[in-house]
Ligand binder design. Structure first.
Ligand SMILES: Cc1cc2nc3c(=O)[nH]c(=O)nc-3n(C[C@H](O)[C@H](O)[C@H](O)COP(=O)(O)OP(=O)(O)OC[C@H]3O[C@@H](n4cnc5c(N)ncnc54)[C@H](O)[C@@H]3O)c2cc1C
Length: 127
């Protein structure tokens, strides 16, 4: 017989970071009847288990920048809130533009990041 409940108020599909975070935040807001479904034997075996663990604001779309603005503060309080050390370090991100096309793309991205309040710095290494 399946151990899964036959119904739930909310069913979240996929036990990667997005599904786990969704289920956690629902529960934290009082929704106790949440089921998190994962097709693999363990959680975190998709992209979440493979990721390098880098965190940054330097993205090219509003939604990704805003996602970082909302989620990075949670990483600051993660150990206190969840009870698990995560070895958080702020080392910074250095993205290199190696041709004019990339320079143009980065210029657009930096303008977008600045418009959303991200303090990205443009460093010019050209002599
Ligand atoms: C090599 C690599 C390096 C990365 N490095 C970084 C990094 O440094 N910084 C960063 O921010 N991001 C990084 N990323 C991206 C980051 O890992 C992903 O954006 C993030 O993990 C996506 O999480 P997710 O929960 O959406 O997906 P996933 O972690 O893939 O979770 C989806 C889950 O859904 C399950 N699933 C799928 N279909 C079903 C179904 N029908 N029923 C039940 N379960 C299902 C899958 O088995 C999986 O466990 C990296 C990704 C990769 C691959």
């Amino acid at each position: 017989m399946s151990e899964l409940p036959t119904s739930a108020q909310v069913v979240v599909v996929g036990g990667g970071v997005m599904g786990a975070s969704t289920a956690y935040h629902l529960a934290a807001r009082g929704c106790r009847d949440v089921v998190l479904l994962e097709s693999q034997p363990f959680f975190g075996q998709g992209a979440t288990g493979k990721c390098a663990g880098g965190i940054r604001y330097q993205f090219s779309t509003t939604i990704n920048i805003q996602l970082s603005q909302l989620s990075l503060p949670m990483l600051d309080r993660f150990e206190e809130e969840i009870g698990q050390a995560i070895g958080l370090r702020y080392d910074g991100y250095l993205l290199l533009a190696t041709n004019e096309n990339v320079v143009a793309t980065f210029r657009r991205n930096v303008a977008l990041q600045h418009s959303l309040g991200v303090a990205t710095e443009w460093l010019n290494g050209m002599k």
